[in-house]
Design a protein around this ligand. Structure first.
Ligand code: NAD
Ligand code: 44H
Length: 383
């Protein structure tokens, strides 16, 4: 039973790789980072240090590592005979791994059981996005028989894995908490055996609860913390004004999640409180740069701010704190982040209305459109 995992970075090594190894899969990492792949190929194992109230160390062994940039044929051959392919590369990178998976499906023996495909990214239905990219590369598209050689399942993954300290090598320090929810329907009763994951009939409540609580709160901490000059997430949350803003956005997304998915309010309150503790985990050093990375992705239509704010506006519910978080995101100017520079350029070039429409995907006439445009307009006063 073989799994090929794209993206041997933080979550790839510290979460997906670990869980698949412990589920008994023969693991093959595929990544375009030559230095990382060479290091993995040269090392028989690496450790995952989970830190928090229940600290532990697990060792991942017996994997192989391939460079999917320079040795695509080898990765195609591995996937063609694998049981599972997973990704943790970032939602914007799925279009680059899709052609490799499409080639592998074409090469796959039709008599083999279908390849299970799961994108483990922070995005709503990331596997559907990956599937659409794969379909676009198959002769015949949706009608291609080759598509029948794969089963696609959406997932929600949750574990905070910061960037690793220089000199950590392949070892990864992660928080002790994790959750992996996978939709069970596509497997038609023959879901893969991954004991640490749980299979759910309807993924939407899980992924929205995760993205609009963990990631909305996390990014709010990062962007307000960045403005305050905080160098870690824990430092950011220690600023009373930042803490108040994070609590406020989480109350707004709670209102949406309770109204939309009928979550019990007390259970959702406990969930969001638990996440405030996770963000400030004293055993982990996480930074506003990492958590705020790619601000243009984070303020896009179906992401952690605009997604819930748009639905709250449609329901006539409060979204002011979310809009203040978007305003803070617009001021994110991390030199290490190319999207920061792109964001600054777009703010200069586009009118506030064009920005709301083209960057945030909120068209004229939507109840959030003018509110967003006003947020963009107000940024001028800071410059
Ligand atoms: N770190 C976390 O706390 C966390 C938690 C849950 C989900 N995620 C999600 O997991 C994904 C990865 O995040 P991360 O923190 O591990 O990032 P990361 O930057 O540490 O890892 C991404 C890896 O993907 C590799 N990569 C880039 N392009 C590639 C390509 N074309 N083919 C193969 N590999 C490629 C990079 O070289 C890198 O090693 C993101 O979607 C993120 O939202 C992260
Ligand atoms: O990975 P991103 O850029 O979508 O979001 C940054 C963090 O919020 C994220 O990586 C969290 O650490 C993770 O989603 C926790 O499960």
């Amino acid at each position: 039973m073989k799994a090929v995992h794209f993206g041997a970075g933080n979550i790839g090594r510290g979460f997906v790789g670990l869980i698949l190894h412990e589920a008994g899969y023969e693991l093959v990492f595929a990544d375009v980072n030559a230095e990382l792949i060479d290091a993995l190929a040269a090392s028989p194992s690496y450790d995952v240090h989970a830190v928090g109230e229940n600290s532990s160390t697990r060792t991942v062994t017996g994997y192989r590592a391939l460079n999917s940039g320079s040795d695509e044929d080898a990765v195609v051959a591995e996937i063609a005979t694998a049981a599972l392919v997973t990704t943790a590369v970032g939602p914007n990178i799925l279009k680059f791994v899709a052609p490799v998976i499409a080639r592998a499906l074409e090469a796959r023996d039709a008599a083999l059981p279908p390849l299970h495909v799961m994108a483990c990214e922070n995005a709503i239905n990331a596997t559907d996005v990956l599937k659409a990219e794969i379909v676009g590369r198959l002769d015949g598209g949706e009608a291609s028989e080759t598509l029948g050689r794969a089963i696609f399942a959406n997932t929600a993954v949750d574990r905070i894995v910061p960037n690793q300290a220089p000199g950590a090598g392949l070892d990864v320090t992660v928080e002790d908490f994790f959750e992996w929810a996978i939709e069970e329907g596509p497997f038609r009763g023959a879901a893969p055996s991954i004991p640490a994951a749980h299979f759910v009939a309807d993924l939407a409540p899980y992924i929205e609860r995760k993205l609009f609580t963990v990631n909305t709160g996390h990014a709010t901490t990062a962007y307000h913390g960045w403005i305050e000059g905080a160098s870690t997430l824990a430092d950011a949350l220690a600023v009373p004004q930042v803490f108040r803003e994070v609590k406020a956005v989480l109350q707004e997304t709670k209102a949406l999640l309770v109204a939309k998915h009928e979550f019990d309010p007390a259970t959702q309150e406990a969930y969001l409180e638990k996440n405030l503790v996770r963000f400030a985990n004293p055993y982990l050093t996480d930074t506003p740069e990492r958590v705020g990375r790619q601000p243009l992705r984070k303020i896009s239509r179906h992401e952690r701010f605009i997604g819930p704010a748009a639905e709250l506006a449609e329901r006539g519910l409060p979204r002011e704190a979310l809009l203040r978080a978007v305003r803070a995101a617009l001021r994110f100017d991390a030199p290490s982040d190319p999207q920061s520079a792109e964001l600054a350029e777009l703010l200069t070039r586009l009118s506030p209305e064009e920005f709301a429409d083209q960057v945030c995907g909120i068209e004229t006439g939507h109840p959030l459109h003018e509110e967003l445009a006003a947020v963009v307009r107000s940024i001028d006063s800071d410059r």
